[in-house]
Design a protein around this ligand. Structure first.
Ligand code: BES
Ligand code: MN
Ligand code: ZN
Length: 529
């Protein structure tokens, strides 16, 4: 996709579709005049028709409202689109991202292939009452620093680019073309920006970032969408190797023998029940003499049957997405490789199936983790923490001084937060805060759950150092995190439990149904800004 900074008047814009941002309860006539004075003069009859139509259609500029109309020769562009972005005073770049996604979903025709020009309007510059209220609030911030304002516009442009790419995603690999699903995808070929105070260079930079982050999220979505018979630990390792090759990163893949040599008894325990061989995958971005090394650690269960503590059919249905954490960290390395931060980053993935094969762990078995701790496996379905334990220990041994793990770890977090937000927990409040902030900028909600020492009680075993599952129905997400904490070697650590927002049953805003690739946007914002 091409991006450009534009300054043509809306009525004469040459794009296939011109798109105007509208805040809640703004009059379309005012908005149009605001963007291009021609709408108050010779185009007034057109404005009247459009306004009447908008009123009849109930268009009020609310978030996600959208109106696409033909221009019937009144404008150079063939279509005009009004995008509702909600209250001016509440406007965030998340609204811009959602609006852009809504736009893509509502593009005319089955396979729109054209050029779009966006006319963004700042909430504070208009004349309506709503906008006046917003002025007061904004004055403080813009007076504080002019560059902060620029930062804001950069975030908005990036969010729009992300929204467009994210909403354009689809996965049709297994659809026979007979069914008519082989039509050309909707694509925006060129995206023009009006109304943002950004230099062409700054715009190009943020668009490149937004595109890379969104494409990487879509990459993660594809890994998750693949059926578990295809996306095995070996294939996941192949994907990691391909990322390494494309982005100049070092990739190491350890097989079962090497995993055993490293004494990863906890990871291997989970792998025992599966025919598919496990893989331990490490992707490194190394900065010589870097002062900081961040490890991002992903749960790579390519299918979670529960093992001998077998899941009921309903809970097993979507368990191909139990490698979403792995997908997120591998995808994030694409962005790290491209934008090259000035510190080292290492992605660590323990990949295996969790199956009830004849050699599977028995509930009651005791295994020994890489850091020497013994674990009584009282529930083979609490496998995520077992594989992450060794992955975290590995990262610590490799000299990581910051650990961020991401995993579809507990059903309990879905109960607590639904599919709206991920749970975040950790030992370093500063790191947790920064990740929450990165998520907010990227349009991913993270909600912190407490790690009270008391939760440790539930993990006491009668015969080993720890057991892997606490009491059912009691702070399941926090007790899982307390288990992980035992393997973080006292390093600065945060844990993202993405079991909820990692999967959607219906399209929602910029996320298609199915695996969402949740976490990529948060991790990328945290690592490359
Ligand atoms: N992969 C599941 C968690 C999960 C549940 C992810 C629902 C997505 C949706 C994990 O391995 C698991 O089975 N956790 C158990 C832990 C329990 C046995 C302590 C759970 O949450 O029930
Ligand atoms: Mn499980
Ligand atoms: Zn699992």
């Amino acid at each position: 996709m091409k991006y450009k900074l534009e300054s043509a008047s809306l009525s004469q814009c040459q794009s296939d579709l011109v798109c105007v941002f509208v805040y809640s309860n703004e009059s379309i006539a005012d908005v149009l005049k605001d963007v291009d004075p021609a709408f108050g003069r010779k185009l007034k009859p057109f404005v009247d028709m459009v306004s009447t139509h908008a009123t009849e259609d109930g268009f009020k500029g609310k978030t996600n409202q959208v109106l696409v109309l033909p221009t019937f020769g009144n404008l150079t562009a063939r279509r005009i689109c009004f995008l509702g972005v909600g209250e001016g005073k509440d406007f965030t770049n998340a609204n811009a991202r959602k609006a852009a996604a809504t736009l893509v979903r509502r593009l005319p025709g089955e396979s729109f292939q054209g050029e779009i020009s966006i006319y963004f309007r700042h909430a504070e510059t208009g004349k309506t009452a709503v906008k006046k209220a917003a002025v007061k609030r904004q004055v403080k911030t813009s007076a504080a620093s002019k560059s902060a304002d620029h930062g804001h516009d950069a975030e908005i442009a990036q969010a729009i680019v992300e929204g467009i790419h994210l909403a354009s995603y689809s996965f049709k690999k297994y659809k026979s073309s007979k069914n008519g699903d082989n039509k050309k995808e909707k694509t925006v070929q060129t995206l023009g920006f009006n109304g943002l105070s950004l230099s062409a260079k700054a715009l190009a930079d943020v668009c490149a970032k937004g595109e890379s982050i969104a494409e990487s999220t879509n990459f993660a979505r594809r890994l998750i969408a693949e059926p578990p018979c295809f996306m095995t630990p070996s294939r996941l390792a192949d994907e990691a190797r391909a990322v390494g090759k494309e982005f100049g990163l070092t990739v190491k893949v350890f097989d079962a023998k090497e995993i055993e040599k490293m004494s990863m008894g906890s990871f291997l325990g989970v792998a025992r029940g599966a025919k598919e061989p496990p893989k331990f995958i490490v992707i490194s971005y190394d900065v010589p003499k870097a002062k900081r090394k961040v490890a991002i650690v992903g749960k790579g269960i390519t299918f979670d049957s529960g093992g001998l503590s077998l899941k009921p059919a309903q809970s097993m249905e979507h368990m191909k997405y139990d490698m979403s954490g792995a997908a997120a960290v591998i995808a994030t390395m694409r962005v790290v490789g491209k934008f090259k931060p000035n510190f080292s980053v290492m992605a660590v993935v323990a990949a295996t199936e969790n199956m009830p094969g004849d050699n599977a762990l028995h509930p009651g078995d005791v295994i020994k983790a890489m850091n020497g701790k013994t674990i009584e496996v009282n529930n083979t379905d609490a496998e995520g923490r077992l594989i992450l334990a060794d992955a975290l220990t590995y990262a610590v041994k490799q000299g990581a001084d910051e650990l961020i793990d991401i995993a579809t770890l507990t059903g309990a977090v879905v109960t607590a937060l639904g599919r709206v937000a991920a749970g975040i927990m950790g030992s370093d409040q500063n790191l947790v805060n920064q990740l929450i902030e990165s998520g907010a900028r990227g349009g991913e909600k993270l909600w912190q759950l407490p790690l009270y020492d008391e939760y440790q009680e539930s993990l006491k075993s009668d015969i080993a150092d720890l057991k892997n599952a606490g009491a059912r129905g009691e702070a399941g997400s926090a007790s899982a995190a307390m288990f992980l904490k035992e393997f973080t070697g006292g390093k600065s650590w945060a844990h993202l439990d993405i079991a909820g927002p990692g999967w959607l049953d219906r399209d929602r805003e910029e996320c298609n149904k199915g695996g969402t690739g949740f976490g990529v946007r948060t991790l990328c914002r945290y690592l490359i800004g």
